[in-house]
Structure formats: C-alpha cells, structure tokens
Write a new protein. Structure first.
Length: 549
C-alpha cells in the first residue's frame, strides 16, 4: 500500500490537493479516518446544525476551560468524514480580504500576497453571480451561489446598514468586501457543495487517486526524510509509504498533533511525552487563532421568521420538499445576507463580520427563542489573542490539548463591546421598525462596559475557525513551521497544506482560504511554476483614516 504522494486528511485543502495532483498524472493516496458523507444530514444545507453534533462526522474536540470566559469549555468541531469540515460547516463562502494575504506576505509567506492568491481563488471557483472576469472564476470545481433572499428580513438587514451610513457591496468576494450585501455559499443545485463533492469524488473516478480509511498515528521519518505514514487500520498498525512526499492536511488541530507525535515541535514538550526529537520547531501547535462571535437576538413583531417551521411537522415538510425536489427552505443555509464593517476610524479594512439569520436560535440548533425572532452573528475578525495545540500524551488515540486563550487581551474586550453597540444601532434603523419588537439577547438592560463584558464572558461562542498552528514563514524564523512552498522546515519530503499554515486568520469564514491553500500547494508540489499574479486593485474605503463608515 503506497503511492507517490500520501495526503493525510480528506478535508477542504486535502481534497483540492488530491484532485490537482491526480489531474497532473501523479499517484495519490488520501488517508481519512472518517467515513461516507452520504445522507441528508450532510447534503441538505438547512440541516447544517446536525452533522457538527454527530460523533460519526465530528472529532468531538473541546477546548480546555477558558480562563477569560468563566472556565467554560468550548466545542471545537472538526470534520471526521469525507470532505472534512467542508462537510459539516455552515457552507458560507468568504475568500478573506486582500489585505489579509498581503499581511501574510509581509510576515514571511512570500508569494502568498493577494496578487498571488487571487488567480487560485479564480481557478477554484465556479461562480454563479454573473460575469466579473477581473475578480471571479467561472470554470472551477467549486460552485458558489447566493440564496434567493425571499424573506423580507434579508433586505431589511442590508437596508438598515445603508441607513446607518455603511456602504452596500454587490460582491464582498470581489473588489469591495466592506459593506452590507448578499452572502455566498458553497451550495449547488440545492446540495452542500463540499470539497468532497467538488474535488475528491471526481478525482476518485480516475486511475490516480484513492482513499484509505485509517487513523494516521504519525509520520515515518528516516534519516531526516518523511517516507510514509504509520496508521491504525482494522486494529492493526501499518505503514503506508510515500515515494515522493507526505502532505499533512489534517486540520489546524490534528496536523500539529501529528507533527508533534512525529518528533517535530518544541524539544522540551516532546521530551515531556517521550517523543524522540526529529526537528526542534517551537512553532508547532503555537499561534492558534479563532474567531469568536455572539448572537444578537431580537423578537419579531411580524410572523415572517423561520420560527413557524421550528417544530417536528415544519421540519418534516421542509425535509420532504428538499428530498423530492432539491428545493425550498431546505436548499439554503439561511445565511443569505451579511456585512463586513470597520469598528472605528483608523482601521483600514473591515474587522467585524455579520451573518444575518431570520430565526433566533443557537448555531448548534439546540435552543430556539420562544416565538418569532431573528439574529445577527457578530464578532471581531483579528483578535490579538493566541493559543496553542499541545499533546495530552504520546498516545496517538488521545485528543490533543486545545487552549485558545480567548479574550486574553484588553483589545478583545474593546472590539467586542464595539460589536454589540454598533449592532444595536443597525437594528434601530427605520428598515427594522416594522420588525423589531424587543432585544432578546443581550437584552436592553445590558448597557455598561461591565454588563456587556459579563454577557460576553457567558455567551461568546467560537465561530469554528481555528487556524495558524503550523505557521508559514521564512526558513530563518524560529517560530515558522513551513516555508513559502509549504515544506516543513527541518524535514525533507514533508509538507503541510491546510489552515494550520495561515500566519494570521483571514477575514470571515475559513473554508474558502483553506481550499485555496490546497489548490496553490499543489502547484508548489508539482514544481511547474505558479499562476501569474493578478494586480487587481481592491477597494479600500477612502475615508478610513477619518471615519468609521
């Protein structure tokens, strides 16, 4: 059981990577611990709250008790299924802001500036929003669509933003991210268009790609070179050998864990767990970042929300319509309007994101507000807090220790307070007058900094965007784990291609940038030259220095 290239993880980046390597004639083997993505819980967009709470599809990770959030343990879902987290996520498609990638390049990830990554975003996309050849792709494997926005609340949200003085943007993934507008999703013909549907399944139809279901235990390294992956399969430990390279695409949680178990990491930490040091790279597992958000919920005066379907009969009707026709409310993730705004003057590009939802409910679907309501998920985009993923033990079957260290700087609290106050102002606009009855959460009584902070401490949730734990940088940077070609520094024949390598978290949801990472890493691996940079000039608010909007 061997191949030229062995990829660990059939997730967002791993599927794209497998497709491109196989397309180029390379023999690829993908190791995936999870099983099939068949069935309505994954494929029906409106059922998105189910798969991330099902042990069959999710690794079931939790953070350690978070000291700044009252000791709460936060769920850290990661996909354990074909398609990885793209099979259990909210299907929201955001590339990130141009400035995010320019910052990567400034941090030592040369060749990953916006001009360098834009051609890869275009190559991967099949955008259904019309013609915009400068910015968007229309022939790639990844279908990107917009919801029908039939509910009047979607329009009220965008109109309220306009009334509050914010820009309106027709395409936040194109020239202008900043503003209010329609949200995009990886949904096609009423189904979740995961990386498995877009990339892996087509690759598996050809002769060059196959998937092996097994648990990766560690990378096998001989004389400083990665030569294969040790796996557990059917109760037996085996080695799958790679003739050319091993590529880790196992998520920002499992990739650093595998590196550590393979002897790549901080020497002192490895010694603690009895792991022989192969490469002393203290950056492995460090630099962990995430987005946090809160749900600002409002009771509705009019019965226009999705609450009328929040019962067994309503859900059965939606499910049946979707199963038989592929249409209706089941064919949308219900995130159909959104916004990206700046928190204050002097911030040059958006640092707050909104997802608008026409029902008041927890993201995991466990609690719906009693009665008609709607909500905005809102949170800061560039938290300065950093955490770490470390080993719990030297045993591959044990979950790693995940410490996000959320809200550990004063800036986090300042930014979150701004989110709440700016959101209240938006929902106070004339466009929402027919709809807003009262504020459910945090509640009108929560006004002072201390009251707002107490609410955040109790209610802030992860947006499930962990990244950064095997940071890309210059080879002489002691905290960098991979170089700009995704090669692990200090070991030959080993690369990382997933959200672990992000030097800093991007604006918005991470599925798009993760898939782009797989696409671009494939060209680095193939060594055939990169796509030519595209110097399209993104829109930056001309008043950013002087004004917040």
């Amino acid at each position: 059981m061997d191949a030229e290239y062995v990829i660990v993880g059939a997730g967002s980046a791993g599927c794209a990577l497998a497709y491109r390597l196989a397309e180029a004639g390379r023999k690829v083997l993908v190791i995936e611990h999870g099983g099939s993505d068949a069935g309505p819980f994954i494929q029906m967009p409106a059922a998105l709250s189910y798969p991330m709470n099902m042990g069959i599809y999710d690794w079931g990770f939790q953070s350690e008790p978070e000291p700044n959030l009252g000791g709460r343990r936060l769920a850290t879902p990661r996909g354990k299924v074909i398609g990885g987290s793209s099979s259990i996520n909210g299907m929201v498609y955001v590339r990130g802001h141009a400035r995010d990638f320019d910052h990567w390049a400034e941090q030592g990830a040369s060749g990953w500036g916006y001009a360098d990554v834009l051609p890869y975003f275009k190559r991967m996309e099949h955008w259904h929003g019309g013609a915009d050849g400068d910015w968007r792709g229309d022939a790639g494997p990844l279908h990107i669509t917009r919801g029908p926005r039939l509910n009047p609340l979607f329009h009220a949200f965008v109109e309220a933003g306009r009334e509050a003085g914010y820009p309106v943007t027709e395409d936040y993934n194109g020239r202008q991210q900043e503003g209010f507008g329609p949200m995009e999703a990886t949904i096609w013909k009423g189904r979740r268009w995961s990386a498995a549907n877009a990339y892996l399944k087509p690759a598996l139809k050809g002769p060059n790609c196959r998937v092996v279901r097994a648990l990766a235990r560690r990378v096998v390294i001989e004389n400083g070179r990665a030569v294969g992956v040790e796996v557990m399969q059917g109760g037996e430990v085996k080695v799958i050998r790679a003739q050319a390279e091993v590529i880790l695409a196992a998520s920002s949680i499992n990739t650093p864990k595998l590196l550590l178990l393979s002897g790549i990491g901080a020497a002192s930490h490895l010694a603690e767990h009895g792991v022989t040091v192969v490469a002393d790279r203290p950056g492995v597992g460090a630099n962990l970042q995430d987005h946090m958000e809160i749900y600002m919920q409002f009771a509705s005066q009019l019965p226009v929300t999705l609450y009328k379907y929040w019962n067994l009969w309503g859900k059965a009707l939606i499910g049946a319509q979707w199963l038989f026709t592929g249409r209706g409310l089941g064919a949308s993730n219900q995130f159909e309007s959104c916004a990206f705004i700046r928190s204050k003057a002097g911030v040059d590009y958006p640092d707050i994101q909104y997802h608008f939802l026409p029902i008041a409910v927890r993201y995991d679907g466990k609690v719906a507000a009693g009665g008609h309501g709607f909500q905005a998920h809102v949170g800061p985009m560039r938290s300065p807090s950093r955490g770490a993923v470390t080993l719990r033990s030297g045993r591959p079957e044990d979950a790693p220790v995940i410490r996000f260290n959320y809200m550990s700087t004063e800036q986090d609290w300042v930014d979150f307070r701004a989110c709440i106050r700016l959101t209240r102002e938006i929902f106070g606009q004339a466009a929402f007058k027919p709809y807003v009855k009262s504020e459910i959460q945090p509640g009108a009584a929560v006004q002072t900094d201390d009251q707002i902070d107490a609410f955040i401490r109790e209610h802030a949730e992860s947006a499930y965007h962990p990244c950064g734990t095997a940071r890309m940088g210059r080879r002489d940077d002691p905290m960098a784990v991979v170089d700009a070609d995704c090669r692990v520094i200090g070991v030959d024949g080993l690369r990382v291609a997933d959200s672990s390598i992000f030097p800093r978290i991007t604006n918005g949801n991470l599925n798009g940038p993760s898939i782009m990472t797989g696409e671009k890493a494939a060209d680095h691996i193939l060594g055939k030259g990169m796509l030519a940079p595209l110097n399209a000039e993104p829109w930056i608010n001309p008043k950013w220095q002087a004004s917040q909007r």
